[in-house]
Every structure is written in C-alpha cells, then in structure tokens.
Ligand binder design. Structure first.
Ligand code: LLP
Length: 445
C-alpha cells in the first residue's frame, strides 16, 4: 500500500498516521474507523491556494463539501481560507452550524427546492450556481420577496467529456446538469437573466468530470467558456466577473493512477485564462475552482478488523472485514480500486493474494479483488487507503449496519469528529404505530 501524507510504518512494525499508531486508534475507537490525516488535508488546501497566488489572478478555491461534509471539516476549510460548495440543505446546514462565513458559500444542485433557496437567501450565501430555467425564475421570485438580488453563476455544459468513469462524467451534452453551450440554451439563459430584476449575473460555471489526470479537458473547457464570454459581452453587453471551472482533479488511489501535481492543473488553467482574456481585451474575471476529492481523498484511511475467511482451493480466498459497501460503496458503484495492508503487521512480507469482502448480504459487496497481504488471521487490522472522499459521504445503513466514527489525527493526537452510530441511532427514527404495537403482556423480554 502506498503511504500517503504522514502515514508511515513505526518502530513496532505498525501503520501510523498523523503520529498515531493505528492499532491504538482501533482499540480506542473501534472498527471500522475512518482516519483522516489533518496535516495532509491542510497541505492539499494550501497547494491550491499557493498555485493560484503564483498566477497573480483573483481567485476562490471552494472545497466541494459533497466529498466529505462534517462540521470539523468546515472549520478546517475556513481556517485554510477556502470557500465552500454545498448542494443541499443538509450540507448548507452543516456549514452554517460550523460557523462557516455564508458569503463564502456557493449553492449547487439541479433541483434546489423552494425551501432550500429560501434557507440560502436567509443565510446570505455568496452565490447560487443556477442549473435550469425553472430555478432561475424561482430564485428571481424568492429573492424579490426579500427585495435583494441574488448573485448567480450559470452552470454550463461545455460539451467536453473528460477521460473518466462514465457515471461521473458531467461535461458532455447529454447530462442532467446545466445549460448547453452547443444548443444555445446557455446563451438564452444569460439573455433572460439579464432582464430579471433580482438576478445579479456574476458569470458561468463548468465542471467537466471527476478523477481527471490530464489538463487537456480543462484547457478545452477554458477555451469554450472564454469564447462564450466574449460572444455574450459583444452581443448581450454582459461581462462575466467570475468564471468557475469546477473540480475533478484526480488523485492516486492505486499504482498506475497518474494524477498531476495540483499546481500543474492550476498553472495550465490560469495561463490559458490570462492569455485568452487579455487577447480579447476582456477584464480577467475572478477564477474559482471546486476541488473535493483532491482535498480529502488521499487523507482518508479506513481501518477494519478481519473476521472470517472462505478459502476455495484453486479459485480464491475471501477475507471478510467488519465493514464493506456500507462504508465504501465505490467499488460496487464504480468498480473503484483500492490498496490495502495489514496495519498491525505492516513490515511483514506479503505471502498470499486474497480478496476483501464486506459483511453485507450481497455478493457485490467486495472492497478489493486480489490484493497481496501477509497471511491474515482473525483479529488482524486491515487498512484501506484513499478513502477520504465519497466514502463517509456516501455511507449507508444497509443491513442496518451502523455508520463508523471518523477521527482526525495530527501530531499524535486523535479527535473524534463524527461519533459511531449507536444501536439506538439505528432505530432512532423508527415509529411503530399504535395498531402495530405488541401488547405489553405478550412481550417476551
Ligand atoms: N463541482 C461540481 C459541480 C461537482 O459536480 C463535483 C463533483 C465537484 C465540484 C467535485 O469534484 P471532485 O473534485 O471531487 O472530483 N461519487 C463519485 C464522485 C461524484 C462527483 C460529483 N461531482 C465518486 O465517488 O467518485
């Protein structure tokens, strides 16, 4: 397993993250456990900010909170000077509860409800990323009720398809998101919006996909967006003050993944932005990006306890852990690949190839096919790396499995930022109507 950030093998031959021995973390907090390397999260935030500072452009780096949205994370994001992108009332509430400055919150989503829009207007958020005509008119009306114009970006689909898994490509024309550049709907929405009294057009937004390893897609998107900006200024007299290029910067999950250093992506984007806009004598807008995975992905490691085995001679050996698709649905959803190691025997040589199964009642609940490990025994601690993005965020209670705790580790200190769900939580929202209640006398306790 590749060791990210502060992960290392300590003198006892155990995996250590943020100065904390993972066997001690497992004993103290139980497993499965999400362990987040706080120093690495902060380092990634700084890599984005430093790359933009170097460009000399005005910018905002908005962390896409969908990747991992909890209050402690919002605190780090604020401390690092980033903005925040939310896509639901739940993410917005999390940010506001954490005291995140509302003016640095951007609200995304292809179907914001009237209640969500009201909540965001009441909070005074910085920007709505409007996705469709229905939302545009709803927002104009609701902002009108408050007597204050809403700041707006329009999500456009530039027709660029990034080289990524089909399920997570969103920049192409056939997408549920945004206004299409090619068929003119992006042009029409700017035209329409510029006539609405409670819509303040800041500019446009484009997100071409996720887990992208090269700069070409971003460069193509920049070119298309700028061509559009120039046309809109000439014909509609609307000048964009902001251009948002979304997220999607890739990370290394497994050997063979070849992401670029963050500064390379930002350099390619900002250089093109500067030269194209200057060429058209267009005042360079503020540039925003929205990284999610590249901020938190490789900072996360999940610890599991190994339980049972099934060895099918000549076929394969299954090694089962105390979690699975409930805490990491990505292998089942996207065929995502992960690396793993025995955290309590981290310096022992690999001896066998096994496949890691989850504990859910579903054959597809496999975390890793064919991973090399020392000969594992019940009670060993398995660490799976790169689980910081879209793992806790997409966790479920399938089979009524409790969602794990999340701890932040840094300089030898471990702090719980999300508690493990209790069995009480599991039934906490259940209601048994009176007519279904078991009579007291008939209860067997
Ligand atoms: N901005 C917008 C508008 C997005 O739709 C997304 C991700 C991001 C930013 C952040 O993208 P990132 O930097 O994290 O790649 N559940 C999938 C990923 C879905 C991404 C959805 N949108 C996965 O587990 O791979």
């Amino acid at each position: 397993m590749y060791l990210h950030g502060t992960s290392q093998i300590n003198g006892q031959g155990r995996l250590q993250i943020g100065g904390c021995d993972t066997t001690e973390l497992a004993a103290r907090f139980g497993t499965p456990l999400y362990v987040m390397d706080e120093a690495l999260i902060r380092q990634r935030c700084r890599e984005f900010v430093d790359a933009f500072r170097e460009s000399g452009l005005r910018f905002q780096v908005a962390y896409a909170s969908k990747a991992f949205c909890v209050m402690a994370m919002c605190r780090i994001v604020e401390e690092e000077g980033l903005s925040l992108d939310v896509v639901s009332e739940g993410e917005l509430h999390t940010a506001l509860q954490a005291g995140f400055p509302p003016e640095r919150i951007h609200f995304h989503g292809n179907n914001k409800t009237p209640d969500e829009i009201r909540m965001a207007l009441d909070a005074g958020i910085g920007c709505f990323v409007v996705d469709n005509f229905v939302e545009l008119h709803l927002l104009n009306a609701l902002a009108g009720e408050k007597g204050q114009a809403a700041k707006v970006l329009f999500r456009i689909t530039p027709g660029v398809e990034a080289h990524t898994h089909d399920y997570i490509s969103t920049g192409q024309e056939d997408s549920k998101f945004g206004f299409d550049l090619g068929n003119g709907s992006a042009y029409r929405v700017i035209e329409e919006a510029s006539r609405l009294p409670y819509i303040d057009v800041l500019g446009v937004h484009s997100h071409i996909g996720s887990q992208i390893f090269e700069v070409e897609g971003f460069k193509m998107a920049v070119e298309k967006v700028i061509g559009f900006a120039v046309k809109v200024r000439a014909e509609l007299n609307v000048t964009f003050r902001v251009v948002n290029l979304g997220g999607g910067f890739g990370i290394r999950y497994v050997e063979g993944d070849t992401p670029l250093p963050i500064k390379e992506y930002i350099k390619a984007i900002t250089e093109d932005i500067s030269s194209y806009f200057s060429r058209h004598d267009y005042p360079i807008p503020e540039i925003w990006v929205e990284p999610g995975r590249s901020i938190v992905g490789d900072a996360g490691t999940t610890l599991y306890t190994i339980g049972t085995f099934k060895d099918i001679p000549g076929v394969r050996k299954y090694v089962a852990v105390d979690g699975g698709m409930t805490d990491n649905p990505r292998p089942a959803l996207y065929e995502s690949k992960y690396e793993a190691m025995l955290a309590n025997r981290a310096s022992e040589p690999n001896e066998e190839t096994v496949s890691i199964a989850g504990k859910c009642c579903e054959s597809g609940d496999m975390l890793i096919w064919d991973v090399e490990l020392p000969r594992a025994e019940s009670g060993d601690l398995l660490a799976v790396s790169c689980t910081g993005a879209y793992n806790y965020a997409m966790a479920s209670n399938y089979n009524r499995i409790r969602r794990p705790a999340v701890v932040f580790v840094k300089d030898g200190q471990a702090d719980v930022v999300v508690k493990r769900e209790s069995l009480g939580d599991v039934v906490g929202n259940d209601v048994v109507p009176d007519r279904l209640r078991k009579p007291e006398a008939a209860r067997t306790v």
